[in-house]
Write a protein of this length. Structure first.
Length: 81
């Protein structure tokens, strides 16, 4: 029983760490490309910012869903019988 709980905690930490690391790197690259695109063509600033905000909101929603899944794993662990 204790080993299942320990492995679940290890998996939860790994899941959260990799997810937040990946989304942070992805949003950083996205921000750099947005700055580059606006620098090249300033007239399209509103279109570019609107599409980037849409992508950022989707990434945030996916992270919140992941966080909900992790909480389910922590408090309602299906692997511990």
């Amino acid at each position: 029983m204790d080993s299942i709980l320990a492995e679940t905690m290890h998996a939860v930490g790994l899941i959260l760490g990799m997810a937040f690391l990946g989304s942070g790197i992805g949003l950083g690259i996205l921000g750099a490309k947005v700055a580059e695109a606006i620098g090249r063509n300033p007239e399209t600033k509103s279109d570019v910012v609107q599409s980037v905000m849409f992508v950022a909101i989707i990434i945030t929603l996916l992270l919140l869903l992941l966080f909900a899944f992790v909480l389910v794993l922590l408090f309602f662990n299906p692997f511990s019988i």
